[in-house]
Design a binder for this molecule. Structure first.
Ligand SMILES: O=c1ccn([C@@H]2O[C@H](COP(=O)(O)OP(=O)(O)O[C@H]3O[C@H](CO)[C@@H](O)[C@H](O)[C@H]3O)[C@@H](O)[C@H]2O)c(=O)[nH]1
Length: 458
């Protein structure tokens, strides 16, 4: 019998990365009873995890909170600066595992897509690394493609920044207009970091991706070849546990009073917020459509400060005058939303989203069609694969026109009307995909089998 094995997981900072990493850890240990996992959690002072990081979730999962860092000048350096802490934590783990032959042996690191620098630490301990890619396979394919263009064809990807041409990217079904590529991916300074992530992915023994075959078969085929390490689609990895705070209860009981499919939900992820002019356009669109709405409205962090948006003490400050009174019977403006509970509610008819990959997977799980309003932060964009599959309608598309460009109330209204249509083809397709979604994780399903293949090589 094989000796028990221990994997060290290094999730990226932020809810969009930590939650799915905890879910993959839970799935892996439930599939293999000789596996132990230690998660090293990096925290910035403003990170709210909104998730359970105590070890009671499984006796074979252990959380270690790394000391909080205050130097937040740059994300890349934030991760780099954690190397010493990671090294120390792993050394302690190895030492405590030496005390008995029944203790697990360190078998590898699973590093977040943005923590590839930790591959160096895995190498110091003489164990292999794997990547956990928290976004879509299409996005992973794009990173590989840009890196190949750069390293093998000498192409300067910054050229695409101002280009109007189409780009043939193997992980996308249709050519991509250069204008939809996130500026961060092409910008001279940040592009090099992204290309470097892709270079380092290729050094690893495998890439776990939070997706499933039925959703992204085209993208997955396109990256499962030649020089790339084996790719394991193991999603959707979602924490569907209900919120138990009082605020959440108030929102859900409001939804209980609304008719089925009548409410449009607007929420822009953990990092999404708008300036006052854009907030007013959204409010006008909502009022004009007359649909019931639930709107997670959050205020931007102070300019130049690395922080997350926060809830408004008084949202009427940025809304059109009298908006809250006029819509009191049909709408609710909230701060942080218990998103999965909301998407699960039968009154929700459509979701206006910034297209973070977790949000996309959550809405597909519950069969809620999406109106896409991408706000790319780290250059991972998720709405294109969803739209290519006919699972979403579009509000805003051009990434280069960043958040400073105000989307008009008319464009928002058009998107909301489309996404709320009851008998649309999109709604039907989303429902069908919702079924495949659930099957992929069941015994014999595509993600279930992928997990088995991954476990076999640990
Ligand atoms: O009010 C809110 C806002 C968000 N969420 C949850 O927070 C998560 C947000 O994740 P995601 O939708 O992926 O958005 P981001 O927080 O923006 O995620 C980052 O990480 C993702 C995974 O790599 C990338 O796809 C995104 O582009 C990147 O911005 C989801 O589980 C939401 O349910 C809430 O519960 N309430």
């Amino acid at each position: 019998m094989k000796r028990p094995a221990e994997l060290v997981f290094i999730p990226g900072a932020g809810i969009g990365h930590v939650v799915s990493t905890i879910e993959i850890a839970k799935l892996l240990v439930s599939h293999d009873d000789r596996l132990f996992i230690t998660l090293l959690i990096m925290k910035r002072p403003f990170d709210k995890l909104f998730t359970n990081t105590d070890s009671s979730i499984s006796p074979r999962i252990n959380f270690v909170n790394l000391p909080e860092t205050t130097d937040l000048s740059c994300f890349k350096f934030f991760v780099e600066n954690q190397k010493t802490q990671v090294r120390d934590a792993v050394a302690k783990l190895v030492e405590s595992n030496q005390s008995g032959s029944s203790k697990p042996r360190l078998s590898g690191f699973v590093v977040d897509m943005f923590c590839t620098t930790m591959i160096d630490v895995a190498n110091e301990f003489g164990v292999p690394s794997y990547v956990f890619f928290t976004s879509s396979a299409a996005c992973l394919g794009l990173l590989f493609h840009l890196q190949t263009l750069r390293d093998e064809h000498g192409k300067d990807v910054a050229e695409f920044m101002h280009s109007d041409s189409d780009l043939v990217v193997p992980s996308f079904v249709n050519p991509l207009p250069a204008s939809v590529l996130p500026g961060k991916l092409l910008d001279k300074e940040s592009a090099e970091s992204f290309l470097n992530y892709a270079r380092r992915f290729r050094e690893t023994k495998g890439i776990l991706v939070n997706t499933f075959w039925e959703l992204e078969s085209h993208a997955l085929h396109s990256i499962s070849y030649g020089k790339n390490p084996p790719v394991y689609p193991v999603g959707p990895l979602l924490n569907l546990k209900s919120s138990d705070d009082d605020k959440g209860w108030d929102i859900l009981s409001w939804l209980d009073d609304q008719p089925p499919l009548s409410v449009v939900f607007l929420c822009f992820g953990s990092m999404g917020s708008f300036g006052e002019a854009q907030v007013k356009e959204i409010a006008c669109a909502l009022e004009h459509t007359g649909f019931r709405f639930l709107w997670s409205l959050r205020q931007p962090p102070p300019k130049g400060k690395m922080a997350l948006p926060s809830d408004y003490a008084d949202p009427s400050r940025v809304l059109p005058q009298g908006f809250l009174d006029r819509t009191a019977k049909t709408g609710k403006v909230i701060g942080w939303a218990p998103q999965v509970d909301i998407l699960a509610h039968s009154s929700i008819g459509g979701f206006v989203s910034h297209c973070g990959w977790n949000s996309m997977l959550e809405s597909l799980w519950y069969g809620v069609p999406v109106a896409t309003w991408p706000i790319p932060h780290f250059g991972c964009f998720s709405e294109t694969p969803i739209k290519e599959l006919g699972l979403a309608v579009e509000i805003k598309m051009d990434y280069r026109k960043d958040s400073e460009v105000v989307v008009s109330a008319q464009d928002i209204e058009r998107g909301i009307r489309q996404v709320m249509e009851h008998n649309s083809v999109i709604r039907k397709r989303v429902k069908e995909m919702s079924e495949s979604n659930k099957k992929s994780l069941m015994n014999g399903g595509s993600s279930y089998s992928s997990l088995g293949r991954f476990n076999d090589q640990i």
